[in-house]
Design a protein around this ligand. Structure first.
Ligand code: FAD
Length: 456
């Protein structure tokens, strides 16, 4: 293999790496992308089952204030469509199945008032967080010493209120709620605009899906420089010398002046850096697990639940299956697709079973919600990035108790000629594709600015 001469090496061809590459490409700075997998997209992965049928196994939604995503759609002429959100939603709490309209499930009045107060409180606290320095809030030391679970338990006066907020938060953060600090939860909410924005379909983070799947944006972005991506190239070691960096895979060494790393935290930890990373970054990486979530798709020849005025949305505390379900049918409704999120310990339990058992469980759940027609799917498919060597979890890295206080912005700080991107480096829409794009662009901008200074 001929090793290309290049100014910048980008590690990872997810949205962050691709966005960094696009910016460097436009600035006329030479680069290559080294990608461990045999595909682009990383935590975005559209699986084309047939020519007219696809499912987004990774990230799929965009919504208001995700400005870069909408600009990219416009730039490449990629269409998006409203997530189906009409009709009754289903709540399954302690085996009791009820329907409701809107965002807040039907519960007893005390639980409803409690839930409203609790959500407003979270919203108010999150609004006070500076996303660039969450640790600087006067109450940050207290909020960083408490898990989100402790806070929610303390502020839930009824069991139903706790169960519903728990399911909502598990779906937002993709973890058990004792895995993140309250401060991280508040930062994440503020980073994604507001709690309402994170939860909602209409006017929220789940508002739009991409025609042709999320991966089609990544494909459009890389089209002008696809040949600069080297696939099946996991990086094992990086040596920073005085004039250049040596980036080493099991088969090759690559050389450049600067490196942008976009790999998720557990994979960053596995790279051998010489000299080592700063103490702060190394310590953070020892304490930076990923979320756990699986997506399960039941595909039908038609979205039959819509005929009975169901939205396809479900909130459930059934410990054996999914926390939440959504209608993920294609824009033309040619197929009917219901997608369930199974999260945290539920995901571990669910994916510990055989595929046949997983399919059976999902069907029996769907029959309870939408009737006998749910018994006859065309296909079942599920997927979890927790099992993937090159993701090791999702949606994103989780800041546990004390992490923001102890290591602050260590993750995104450049070290020598190493620049750090990926959605975990984002301050705005942290954990989302929008955040990945913004962080990739920010790292590329750092390099462009440094290059300008070098020329003076
Ligand atoms: C199930 C699921 C649902 C989600 N839903 C949404 C959603 O609806 N909307 C939304 O905005 N976000 C969603 N997300 C989150 C979103 O997908 C991620 O935040 C985003 O894709 C992260 O992009 P990234 O470029 O930062 O990281 P990644 O996509 O993880 O890219 C990193 C790349 O680095 C590569 N790599 C890793 N290690 C090495 C190595 N040593 N050498 C070389 N290459 C390496 C990986 O293969 C990968 O391609 C979801 C994620 C998942 C998994």
């Amino acid at each position: 293999m001929k090793i290309p001469d290049t100014e910048v090496i980008i590690i990872g061809a997810g949205f962050s790496g691709i966005a960094a590459a696009k910016k460097l490409h436009e600035a006329g700075i030479s680069f290559i992308i080294l990608e461990a997998r045999d595909r682009i997209g990383g935590r975005v992965y559209t699986n084309y089952l047939k020519e007219d049928l696809y499912v987004d196994l990774g990230g799929q939604w965009i919504g208001p204030t995700q400005d870069r995503m909408y600009e990219l759609c416009k730039e490449y002429g990629i269409s998006y469509f409203e997530t189906y959100d009409e009709g009754k939603n289903v709540l399954n709490l302690r085996g009791k199945i009820r329907t409701y309209k809107g965002i807040i499930p039907k519960m007893d009045p005390i639980s409803l008032i409690n839930l409203d107060i609790l959500m407003r409180k979270l919203e108010r606290m999150a609004r006070q967080i500076n996303v660039h320095s969450p640790w600087s809030h006067p109450k940050a030391p207290k909020w960083d010493q408490m898990t989100l679970e402790t806070f929610l338990r303390k502020n839930s006066k009824t069991k139903s209120c706790y169960e519903v907020i728990k399911i909502g938060c598990e779906t937002i953060f993709a973890c058990e709620l004792n895995e993140i600090s309250l401060l991280h939860a508040l930062f994440y909410i503020r980073s994604g605009t507001s709690l309402d924005c994170l939860i909602n379909i209409k006017d929220g983070a789940q508002q739009h899906r991409i025609v042709g799947g999320m991966q089609s944006i990544a494909e459009a972005m890389v089209a002008p420089f696809h040949e600069k991506i080297i696939f099946n190239c996991p990086i094992e070691k990086i040596i920073q010398g005085a004039d250049q960096l040596e980036v080493i895979s099991s088969e090759n060494s690559f050389f450049a002046k600067r490196v942008i790393l976009t790999v998720p935290p557990p994979l960053l930890k596995n790279i051998d850096f010489e000299p080592g990373l700063s103490t702060e970054k190394s310590q953070l990486l020892e304490n930076y697990p990923m979320g756990r979530v699986g997506k399960c798709f039941m595909i039908y020849d038609t979205p039959f639940w819509r005929e009975d005025n169901y939205s396809g949305q479900v909130v459930s505390d059934d410990p054996l299956t999914h926390q939440t379900l959504f209608d993920c049918s294609p824009v033309d409704g040619k197929y009917g697709i219901l997608m369930g999120f199974t999260i945290g310990n539920r995901a571990d339990e669910y994916f510990g079973r055989s595929e046949e058992d997983r399919k059976k469980r999902m069907i029996s759940q769907l029959v309870q919600y939408f009737g006998e027609r749910a018994k006859n799917p065309i296909q079942y498919i599920d997927f979890t990035m927790s099992d993937e060597t090159w993701s090791q979890g999702c949606y994103a890295g989780l800041m546990p108790i004390g992490a923001w206080s102890n290591w602050r912005d260590a993750y995104r700080k450049p070290e020598g000629n190493l620049h750090f991107a990926g959605t975990e480096a984002a301050t705005v829409w942290h954990g989302y594709i929008e955040g990945a794009v913004r962080a990739g662009e920010a790292a590329a901008s750092e390099i462009i600015e440094l290059k300008k200074k070098e020329k003076i």
